[in-house]
Design a protein around this ligand. Structure first.
Ligand code: ZN
Length: 243
C-alpha cells in the first residue's frame, strides 16, 4: 500500500525550556502528533524540529513530503528565508500544509497568505473554548459533534488579518466572549493550506481525540499526491499561429 508521507515540524523550544510543557508533551508536540497520526496505517509520519541539521528539513525530506504540519510559536524569525522559499514553492507545486495554532505568525504562512497574518488580538488565559463546526459533512469535520469542547485554550480573536478563506470549517467561541474563524482552507497554487487554531503548548489540546481526528482527516484532505511533471512545465501551445 502506498502511503502519504507526512512530516511534522516543530520549533521544539517550549518543550526544552519548561518542565510543565514537557510534562504535557514528553516527546514534544511533534512527537505527540506523530504518535496519533501513526495510528492511521495509510500515513508514513516523520517528526523533525528546528534544532536538527538543516533546521529539520533537508532537501531530501522536503522533496518527498506530501503533507507538512507546522507548529511554531516563539522562534518564527529563526527559520531561514531560504527554507521558507523552498517550502513556499513546494506548496505551490502541490504539497499540503497544515498550519497549527500560532503558525499563523510563521514566515511561511504569512508568505502564502500574502498578508501580515500575525496580527490579531490574543490573550493567554484559562478561557474555555468551543470550536464550532460550520460544515458538518466536510471531509475534515466528519464524525465530530457540533463543537469541540476545550476546557482551556489561548484566546485568539477577530478581526483577523487573513484574506477570505476558500473554505471556512470552524469558528471558536471563548467563555470571555470573543470569537474567531479558527479552521480554514486556503488554496494556493496547486496546494491546499489548512489553518487550525487550537494547540497552545501549555494545554493538552493535542491529546484531545476530536482535535486528533481533525488533524488526521485534514492530512487526507490537503494531500494531492505528486503532480505529474507535465503539470509543472510550460509547453508550447498546441496551436501555432502562422504569421
Ligand atoms: Zn499559544
Amino acid at each position: 500500500m502506498s502511503q502519504i508521507n507526512v512530516t511534522v515540524w516543530n520549533e521544539n523550544v517550549h518543550e526544552r525550556h519548561s518542565q510543565h510543557i514537557r510534562d504535557i508533551y514528553p516527546t514534544g508536540i511533534h512527537g505527540c502528533i506523530q504518535s496519533f497520526l501513526q495510528a492511521d496505517p495509510s500515513l508514513n509520519v516523520t517528526a523533525v524540529s528546528l534544532d536538527m541539521p538543516d533546521q529539520g528539513l533537508p532537501d531530501s525530506l522536503i522533496n518527498q513530503t506530501d503533507v507538512l504540519i507546522w507548529w511554531g510559536h516563539m522562534a518564527h524569525q529563526e527559520v531561514s528565508d531560504q527554507l521558507v522559499d523552498k517550502l513556499f514553492h513546494r506548496v505551490q507545486n502541490g504539497m499540503g500544509l497544515i498550519a497549527l495554532h500560532s503558525a499563523h505568525a510563521s514566515k511561511l504562512f504569512s508568505k502564502l497568505l500574502g498578508t501580515e497574518s500575525w496580527q490579531m488580538t490574543w490573550r493567554e488565559s484559562e478561557d474555555r473554548c468551543l470550536c464550532w463546526v460550520t460544515e458538518p459533512n466536510h471531509p475534515i469535520t466528519r464524525g465530530l459533534g457540533r463543537y469541540i469542547d476545550l476546557p482551556a485554550e489561548e484566546m485568539y480573536s477577530e478581526p483577523l488579518f487573513f484574506p477570505r478563506p476558500d473554505e471556512l470549517l470552524f469558528i471558536n467561541w471563548y467563555s470571555s466572549g470573543e470569537v474567531m474563524r479558527s479552521g480554514m482552507i486556503f488554496n494556493r497554487g496547486n496546494g491546499k493550506v489548512f489553518y487550525f487554531q487550537p494547540g497552545h503548548e501549555s494545554y493538552p489540546t493535542y491529546h484531545n481525540p476530536d482535535v486528533q481526528r481533525v488533524i488526521t482527516q485534514a492530512v487526507h484532505y490537503v494531500y494531492q499526491g505528486m503532480l505529474p511533471q507535465a503539470a509543472l512545465t510550460c509547453p508550447k501551445p498546441p496551436i501555432q499561429k502562422e504569421l
